[in-house]
Design a protein around this ligand. Structure first.
Ligand SMILES: Cc1ncc(COP(=O)(O)O)c(C=O)c1O
Length: 484
């Protein structure tokens, strides 16, 4: 029987199996929920555990799919116009690592921005490639950071003709999307592979008012977190393959190598369901969400001390904004984004996706209702009335980041030939670690690069602010790990 986008072959198979109430002599050990702690089971009830099965012929195998998983992946590929789709159960994290390991040989180089997610740096390390880092642009007025523009992509390709691939993150956390149409044109012109971390953009293709997606420009490979905006359960992602420059057999091997042999079928089935929903109902659902978000933006932007990022501020030849994301700048309340996040959670029972010193990012998604958005706006209006203090003068900024990568990040990361030196003495040394201050959440040091005076001064300055530095291996930032 020929399947259509209305079908959910994996979900249907799993539900049928669960309804059959089969006695389990397979993993997991909870045996259809019988062994689950009652405190937990009383809350969830029993049904859900019948979906937690292992690999057997009826439910197919993620590593060697021949029936319902194969069909579900084929439908997902068709939905996004790719040649192959791979369901992932450890999120887009695995997808990013897999893209780099599939597209590049050790020793190849890749153009990418420091704005990338930490999983991309992990991919750089394990795949043994040279990063060609692009300095990100900071918008100090709006306290947001931009991905590489098409102009920069061309500039870097001309300056580093040996680069094998361009790796982009679009949309970023704030929903800012780079011009993928132009970038794909450039990549084709110079015969470069285009890889896109589109973790935040599995919905883009399905609404005409949303920015152009990697799927629509036929990027060589791209990854979607189906759980971030759509209805899949956390960890449910899809890696798409669309390339005539990358070996599909290698992609299969790499993806299989990085995934568990005990995938959670509930997650897998939810990816199948999320794909069906977005194809069938996405245009209608996101029509409403975009409308509610635009109303929210308008209401918030009438306030004197809280602002919401608009498409008008972002849209240009190079960038566009995903209208389903609300980036709310609270600097003029006298509070940090972190503090407002805490107030929203404790006083209004609203949890946003993330916050930094300046902004909150409220992500809407397939399940967001009009009432949810109204509740958020009411809370923001309330907070705006209550707080209007002195505001933070600290500005989002970045030092000129090192571009001199003198050792493969893989070799520096795994090296045993390391020592700790005082930060003040680190200039000129080769970093053996990553240091990422939040905000802005960009690595200031990465393994293998020569540490600059600018980076040291920036890190020293941070110690006088309440900035969390991820990667530091002691309580304060007094020393840094370098190659001996
Ligand atoms: C831009 C970006 N890429 C990749 C990831 C990783 O995705 P996942 O959480 O699905 O592993 C994230 C997670 O927040 C992200 O923000």
């Amino acid at each position: 029987m020929r399947l259509t986008q209305n079908d959910t072959p994996l979900l249907d198979t799993l539900l049928k199996h669960a309804q059959n109430r089969v006695t389990s002599f397979h993993t997991p050990g909870h045996k259809n929920g019988a062994g689950i702690l009652s405190k937990l089971r009383n809350f969830t009830k029993r049904n859900v555990y019948y979906l937690d099965v292992t690999v057997f012929p009826e439910v197919d195998s993620l590593h060697d799919p021949v029936s319902c998983i194969k069909s579900a992946q084929e439908l997902a590929a068709k939905a996004y116009g790719s040649k192959n789709a791979f369901f992932l159960v450890n999120g887009s994290t695995v997808g990013n690592i897999a893209m780099l390991m599939s597209a590049c040989d050790p020793g190849d180089s890749v153009i990418l921005s420091r704005t990338c997610h930490k999983s991309v740096l992990a991919g750089i390390i394990v795949s043994g490639v040279w990063p060609i880092w692009v300095q990100p642009k900071v918008d100090q007025e709006r306290d947001v950071i931009y991905e590489i523009s098409s102009e920069e992509v061309e500039h870097y390709i001309k300056n580093y003709p040996e680069a094998k691939a361009v790796f982009l993150t679009s949309p970023n956390y704030n929903g800012i999307c780079t011009d993928l149409i132009k970038i794909q044109e450039i990549c084709r012109k110079y015969n470069k592979i285009l890889l896109v971390d589109e973790a935040h953009g599995p919905h883009l293709k399905f609404h005409k008012d949303l920015p152009v997606s990697a799927a629509e420009v036929n990027a060589d490979m791209f990854v979607h977190s189906m759980h971030k905006v759509l209805s899949a359960l956390s960890q449910g992602s899809i890696l798409h393959f669309n390339s005539d420059k990358i070996d599909i057999a290698r992609v299969r091997r790499v993806v299989s190598m990085l995934q568990t042999t005990s995938p959670n079928y509930f997650i897998l089935a939810s990816i199948d369901a999320a794909r069906m929903q977005v194809v069938k109902y996405g245009a209608k659902v996101f029509d409403k969400i975009i409308k509610y978000c635009e109303q929210a933006r308008n209401e918030i932007n009438r306030l004197h001390n809280i602002f919401c990022l608009t498409r008008g501020e972002i849209k240009s030849k190079y960038y566009d904004l995903d209208l389903t994301k609300l980036t709310i700048n609270v600097t003029k309340t006298g509070l940090t984004g972190y503090k407002v996040e805490e107030i929203l959670a404790s006083e209004y029972k609203i949890q946003v996706d993330c916050a930094d010193m300046f902004n909150l990012v409220a992500i809407t998604g397939y399940g967001t209702s009009k009432e949810d958005i109204e509740k958020l706006v009411e809370a923001i209006v309330d907070i705006s009335k209550k707080y209007s203090g002195e505001y933070e003068t600290w500005k989002l900024k970045l030092p000129p980041l090192a571009t001199e990568v003198v050792m493969l990040p893989r070799d520096a990361f795994f090296s045993m030939n390391v020592k700790r030196v005082p930060l003040s003495k680190a200039v000129g040394c080769i970093s053996a670690q990553t240091l990422t201050p939040y905000p802005p959440g960009l690595p200031i040091l990465t393994p293998g690069e020569r540490i600059t005076k600018d980076a040291v001064e920036y890190l020293q300055e941070l110690t006088s602010y309440t900035v969390r530095v991820s990667g530091q291996e002691s309580d304060n930032l007094k020393t840094v790990k370098v190659i001996k």
